[in-house]
Design a protein around this ligand. Structure first.
Ligand SMILES: *Cc1c(COP(=O)(O)O)cnc(C)c1O
Length: 370
């Protein structure tokens, strides 16, 4: 028997979540964000489900090349722009749009020899203080770009630091709007959290700021996770899980009061109880920091006990008298019977977020696409 761990990607769920982004931002074009190898899913594996997007947004030339190789002819956006000047050559060759977030990137463009003018997204640092020009520097940067023969069209963008929380994004929106007021060009502001919480014309929108949105950037919502969990679960937003991780029990133990479980003996049984040992550990991408993380056994909810080891984890079987070696264990996503365990809950029990779990799925885990 091969080791029973298995990841499954649900293409229909990706299609449905992408549609959800459209419903929330009906007037915008949608960038499907597929950086980090499509949030760990694998660009090649999910590509078929991305055809409904208006463009693909990603991080580097290697990913862009892969997407062109798959036959994608639509827009591609490099979210951090180029890292060195010679990459501009490939931007022309592969027809890539790219972010310009610093004056060094404008210098590279100015020094670039080309007959094909480029399409750029000029990024404003409206308050997150990672990448971009501050509002008071933005216009000067735009004028410099606009004067370059190497540049064909300039779009305007910014990124929110707090769209996923109850903190206001208003100061960022206002900074963006006032600094771009009379500049032409398409606008791109919203990530998943802003699409769901702030862009919707529907009553469930939590705020209704005037958010200019020619393009929205859908990342985590496309992968079926809620950007503002636990305030909202994926099902609250109508999102479906796109990645399931399952395995089986490969052993059981009957514990007596006082017995402990695993490295460090961090769990002690206070009554006679049965535990199951599942073939999954932190070397598969499960979070070692997990504490009493939720798990489904044969579709029934239980939780981990003791420390997560490299290849194994232990589960409480107190309420599962019929579970034994071979029982199906759903670490997150959908069980074979259709029960659902949101990845957001599992990430929370490991003091993390769904993004990290998805991106951290280990290469040794076999992946099936359905
Ligand atoms: C990753 C990224 C996104 C997508 O963010 P989600 O929270 O996953 O929707 C959007 N915009 C930029 C600039 C990004 O880097």
């Amino acid at each position: 028997m091969t080791r029973p761990i298995q990841a499954t990607i649900h293409l229909d769920a990706i299609r449905s979540n992408l549609l959800r982004a459209r419903q929330f931002a009906p007037d915008a074009k949608v960038w499907a964000v597929i950086k980090a190898n499509a949030y760990g899913h694998g660009i090649e594996r999910v590509f078929e489900a991305l055809r409904g997007a208006d463009g693909l947004a990603l991080l580097d030339l290697e990913e862009a090349q892969r997407v062109r190789n798959l036959g994608w002819r639509g827009p591609i956006l490099l979210l951090e722009g180029v890292f060195e000047q010679r990459e501009l050559e490939l931007c022309s060759r592969l027809d890539l749009w790219h972010v310009v977030h610093c004056s060094e990137q404008i210098d590279m463009l100015a020094a670039h020899k080309t007959h094909v003018p480029q399409r750029v997204f000029l990024k404003m640092n409206s308050g997150m203080n990672r990448l971009g020009f501050r509002p008071e520097q933005y216009r000067t940067a735009w004028m410099r770009l606009n004067a370059l023969p190497q540049v064909e069209e300039i779009s305007l963008m910014t990124h929110f630091s707090d769209a996923d929380s109850t903190r206001s994004i208003e100061h960022q929106v206002k900074a963006f709007i006032s600094a771009t007021q009379d500049l032409p060009g398409e606008r791109s502001l919203s990530n998943s959290a802003a699409i769901l919480r702030h862009t919707s014309p529907r009553p469930e929108a939590l705020t209704s700021l005037p958010l200019p949105s020619d393009w929205v950037r859908a990342g985590i919502m496309m992968y079926g996770s809620s950007p503002d969990f636990p305030e909202h679960s994926p099902s609250d937003w109508g999102l479906l899980p796109t990645l399931s991780l399952s395995t089986r029990l490969i052993g059981t133990q009957s514990l007596l009061p006082g017995d402990t479980v695993g490295y460090g003996s961090s769990f002690t049984a206070h009554k006679p109880m049965r535990i199951g040992i599942a073939a999954c550990g932190y070397a598969d991408g499960y979070l070692r920091a997990s504490n009493a993380a939720p798990v489904l056994v044969d579709g029934v909810r239980t939780h981990t006990v003791g420390r997560i080891s490299m290849d194994l984890l232990a589960l409480d079987l107190s309420d599962l008298p019929n579970a034994g070696v071979g029982s199906e264990v759903t670490l997150w996503g959908r069980s074979s019977r259709g029960d659902c365990l949101p990845i957001d809950e599992v990430a929370q029990a490991g003091n993390s977020i769904s993004y990290e779990l998805m991106c951290g799925l280990a290469a040794r885990v076999p992946v099936r696409v359905d």
